[in-house]
Design a protein around this ligand. Sequence first.
Ligand code: NAD
Ligand code: IPM
Ligand code: MN
Length: 360
Amino acid sequence: MTAARIAVIAGDGIGLEVMPAGIRAVDAVAVVHGIALDWHELDWGSDYYRAHGRMLPVDGLDVLAEHDAIFLGAVGVPEIPDVETLWGLLIPIRRAFEQYINLRPVKTLPGVTNRVRTDDVIDLMIVRENNEGEYSEIGGRAYRGLPEEAAFQENVFTRKGIARAARFAGELAAARSGKVTSATKSNGIVHTMPFWDEVVRETLADYPTVELRSELIDALAASLVLHPERYDVIVASNLFGDILSDLAGAVTGSIGSAPSANLNPERKHPSMFEPVHGSAPDIAGQGIANPIGQIWSGAMMLDSLGRRPAADHLVAAFELALADGVRTRDLGGTASTEEFASAVVARVDALADTFAGAAV
Ligand code: NAD
Ligand code: IPM
Ligand code: MN
């Protein structure tokens, strides 16, 4: 069997702490399911930038293209402008490999109290358009340094870009509850959004079993805090999806638990799996970061490599660790990053008969 080649970019800050936890957890489940993984660790990040003046080597994207998947921690440090670190690594990867869907599951976790007054179970998927929209490269800072300073950046929404995000949401909803909520701002102010609405509506007309609701982003954000259990699949532009995913992650307990998959659904290029959170300079170096976002992203990676039973097994293992009361500080516990990872590895083994019976 050929091993799946995984490019690993731990990056900066807590990325360097949650990545070993993620690799340990994925390796543990891979062994049980007989999955061969070839990890290829790359030291790209802010230290690399300090040494070389760039975030990744000149042929960095070619190196990544040789892999079946990319496993990323987080990048960004307070001393280097984010425009260098993020436009130098994260955004080019998402674009070069046409990872136009950023899929971000959000759900209630065992023993973790939702931050809202609801006993209802939260189980939703954010489908974030990941290649265009507000994150465009058109515009600049032409008027910096002049007495009347200004900055401009065009929003770029294409029919193709909106339609493929809507189609992904439609497929997903058809296999779930049949409900899609589209995040919009079409009340006459943001001129790109009526176009977004039109293309989403037209695309979802191909999914007669799917019910589409459009909600204005401001009201949707409030409603997601107050009634998160009402949502199933949310489709959103790049910036709206970014904001809603931190919000929804926090509502279920902590953004540290939230995973994401930057997908190239056609599988022409490698997809990238990374937690929703950043490098968290405020807690970096203390060994206390919650590694669930990284571990769960690892499960999404296994799923995308065609290893669904192993992915389900890994999710069940971290859920069992939580149910047993093992939690990091952001979730009200005392476990360190490493202790949580060890608890997950132990539960991978404990659940092996349940999940791997058919696989080995
Ligand atoms: P952040 O997500 O790093 O942190 C926000 C807050 O959440 C902090 O208080 C942090 O301690 C907490 N937090 C985050 N992850 C946690 C975890 N796993 N366990 C426990 N607590 C956790 O956001 P920020 O502080 O706004 O950004 C820091 C840097 O990270 C910036 O440079 C930013 O641009 C970058 N960033 C990178 C990525 C990425 O690489 N994909 C994503 C988001 C932010
Ligand atoms: C995320 C991050 C990135 C984004 C930043 C760091 C550019 O916040 O992955 O959610 O906005 O996409
Ligand atoms: Mn974000």
